[in-house]
Structure formats: C-alpha cells, structure tokens
Ligand binder design. Structure first.
Ligand code: NAD
Length: 378
C-alpha cells in the first residue's frame, strides 16, 4: 500500500481494552510484514470518556474521527454508568459518533466458518458455507421520522406515534452501497420492504429498481417482502448474497442473520457514510457485541469479532482486498486448529485466553506469510 492511512482506535469499556489490544497487534503485524502503513491514534468514548471528560464523546475525539480514514471501536457501556443522565449515557457517545459522521449504511456480514458450523441452532447442511451481507439503512425511517411521540387524546386514551418516512435520495444512497458491494461478492442484491402494505416500501422498491436499471444492470436484483425474508433466512439462507433494507427491517433481519452463525464473539460490522469526490467515506468498524461486563478483565473475551472488523476496514476503506482475505483466512485457520475462546469452545478443542487467541492469530498469519514466500521462491 503506497499511502499512509490514519485510524482512530476507541477502546471504550468492559472487554473493550482487552480486545482492542489484540486488534492493534494485528494492525502492527500488517504494518511490519505486509507493507501497510496504518497510523493509529487513540480516543475516548463511552463510560471511560464520561469518567474523564463528563461526556460520552469528547470534542477532540470526534474531531480526530472526522479527519481519520476510518474509526475502529471496541464496545461501550456497563453497569457502572447505569445511573448517569440518559443524555450522557455511554451509548449516547456511539449514537453521536454515527450521527456526526452521517454513517447511513450499516454493513452486517453473517458468515459461518466451517469449524463453527455446529454453533448454529440450524442444521449444518443449512448453514454450511453461509456468507450473507446485510446492508441496513441507519439514519432514516421510523426511528427518526416525524411526527413522533405519545399524546393523550380528548377521550383520555393515549396514542403512540412513529412515522416511517424515506426520500428518494436516502433510498438511492444506501442502495448504491449495496450494489457496489455486491460487485465485490456474488453480484446479487435482494431488496426487502413491505411494498404490499406500506407506501414507503412501494417507493423503496420503485427507486431501487430505477437505480438498478439505470446504473447496475450487471448486478442481479430481486425484491422480497421483509416478512418473507425473515422466513427465508431460516428456511434457505444460502440463497442470499447482499440484502438491502430499511432501518427497522434491517435491525431485525441483521440480528436474525447474526444468530444463524451462533457466535456473538465472531461478528464484525461496518457503518459507512457518503463517498466524497475522491471516493473516501467516513467509516466506523466495530464488533456487533457489547462490552460484556460479565467477563471484563478476565481474559476470556473473544477478540476475533474486532479482528474481523479490521478485515472489513481493509476491504471497504483501504481497498486492501488481499490483506482482508489473508486476515479472514488466518481466522479460519486458527479455528481449524481447534483453538477457541470460551464463548465458542467445543469438545476436543483447546481453550485460549483473549491474549493467547491474539497470539495464535499472529502466529498463523506468520505461517501463511512464510508459506507464500516459500511458494514464490520455489
Ligand atoms: P454483550 O454483547 O456485551 O454481551 C452479551 C453476552 O455475550 C454476554 O454474556 C457476554 O459475556 C457475551 N459476549 C459478548 N461479546 C463477547 C466476546 N467478544 N467474547 C466472549 N463473550 C462475549 O451485551 P449485553 O450484555 O446486553 O450488554 C452489555 C453492555 O454493552 C451494556 O452496557 C450495553 O448497553 C452495551 N452494548 C454496547 C454495544 C456497543 O458498544 N456497540 C452493543 C451492545 C451492547
């Protein structure tokens, strides 16, 4: 890689510092051994930021994140901050970061590693080889639409209101992300809504179709009602490549897809903003799990979800597809050796601490590097 990349690492709370330490060793390995030039600076977020600055995201960290090529976050939150004011709770820091960077596309891969196929509650033959990417619209729809609120009617009844609302540009920008990503995968996009009962869904379908016909004819597009998608994810998940959907349906479908893999400690995510004229996007990479306060400080956390988030960062922010493949293959190889943290432990495997899992991954990366050197000189 020719150009320097700058990232901000936000370790946050709970198991955050433990998994971030292993993640940074992986980035260090790539810098030393694979020609990357990634400069890491650290910032504060979540509960530890409240303790230090009185707010869950301080201005200096936000500014650094704005200027960075990507942000890598571990996790925020924990019982220590359960009683702080709602507006400055640890999670508010993360929400602010997403909002300020206008991260409208949330990418949630659900990939089943062969070695973990038995961790799923579905039959191995249904989930083996599964590799889905859900692209969820993250900043619009019913979670943000106006009017919203709870009101008391004249007859004394109460009424709760939320509004599902999407504009053409909101639909097009997230659909574009899905089509572009599909091109780097199996070239298939399934767009999900409820066009049968919701006008916003009808608009969603029309706009996605028009964009496809105008710019992405080479990508296979299908449409599915979101309720059917929920069923199909359990019946035949392998039919999907990229699923693009709105904020509400994406929230539900991405959690459902995640559970197909059966292991929270293995799942990365990315949230992307709009591309500027140079193709550069604001981007946040983080595992989907939380700060796991129940195991914090015990060396029991699985660092692979944040490490797989680095692979996503390589692929989607730095265009380092080969390095991303290399990292994902190393994770697969570590699992293939029967090495496990407690959360994914199974019979006959060796249980490792967070740090030992990080070290096993670096050793496996090094083995891969020397094997490819040997092959090149043969
Ligand atoms: P959680 O994801 O932290 O933990 C759920 C369960 O999974 C726990 O038993 C935990 O030990 C386990 N687990 C999670 N990650 C693991 C890992 N990497 N390795 C091994 N085991 C792992 O969810 P929770 O318990 O509902 O929430 C705990 C805190 O995290 C709360 O304060 C919550 O608000 C916060 N949270 C933060 C984020 C985020 O930072 N993006 C996301 C979800 C929850």
């Amino acid at each position: 890689m020719s150009s320097k990349k700058r990232i901000v690492a936000l370790q946050g709370d709970g198991i955050g510092p433990e998994i971030m330490a292993e993640a940074l060793k992986v980035i260090g390995w790539f810098n030393e051994n694979a020609g990357t030039d990634i400069e890491v600076s650290k910032g504060d977020i979540g509960g530890m930021c409240i303790d230090k600055h009185g707010v869950p995201l301080d201005d200096a960290t936000l500014e650094a994140c704005r200027k960075a090529d990507a942000v890598l976050l571990a996790a925020v939150g924990g019982p220590k901050w359960d009683k702080v004011d709602y507006n400055i709770r640890p999670e508010a820091g993360l929400l602010k970061l997403r909002k300020e960077l206008d991260l409208f596309a949330n990418l949630r891969p659900a990939k089943v590693f062969d070695a973990l196929v038995d961790a799923s509650t579905l039959k191995p033959e249904i989930v083996r080889g599964l590799d889905i990417l859900i692209v969820r619209e993250l900043t619009g729809g019913v979670y943000f639409g106006q009017p919203r609120g709870i009101e008391t009617l004249e007859n004394g009844e109460r009424r709760g209101v939320n509004t599902q609302v999407y504009t053409t540009s909101e639909i097009l920008r997230v659909a574009r992300v899905a089509f572009d990503l599909a091109k780097k995968r199996q070239n298939r996009v399934c767009s999900c809504e409820k066009a049968n009962v919701m006008e916003s869904g009808k608009l969603w379908r029309e706009e996605v179709t028009a964009l496809h016909d105008a710019e992405y004819k080479d990508v296979a597009l299908s449409h599915m009602y979101a309720d059917n998608c929920a069923m199909q994810l359990l019946r035949n998940p392998a039919q999907f490549d990229v699923i693009v959907t709105d904020n509400l349906f994406g929230d539900i479908l991405s959690d459902e897809a995640a559970m197909l893999t059966g292991s929270l400690g293995m799942l990365p995510s990315a949230s992307l903003g709009a591309a500027d004229e140079n193709g550069r996007r604001a981007a946040l990479y983080e595992p989907i799990h939380g700060s796991a306060p129940d195991i914090a400080g015990k060396g029991a956390a699985n660092p692979l979800a944040i490490i797989l988030s680095i692979a996503m960062m390589f692929r989607y922010s730095f265009d380092l597809g080969e390095e991303a493949d290399r990292l994902e293959q190393a994770v697969e190889a570590v699992l293939g050796k029967g090495l496990r943290t407690a959360d994914i432990m199974s019979k006959g495997c060796t249980r490792l601490s967070t740090e030992d899992m990080g070290r096993a991954l670096l050793d496996t990366l090094a083995e891969g590097a020397s094997a490819s050197k040997a092959a090149a000189s043969a």
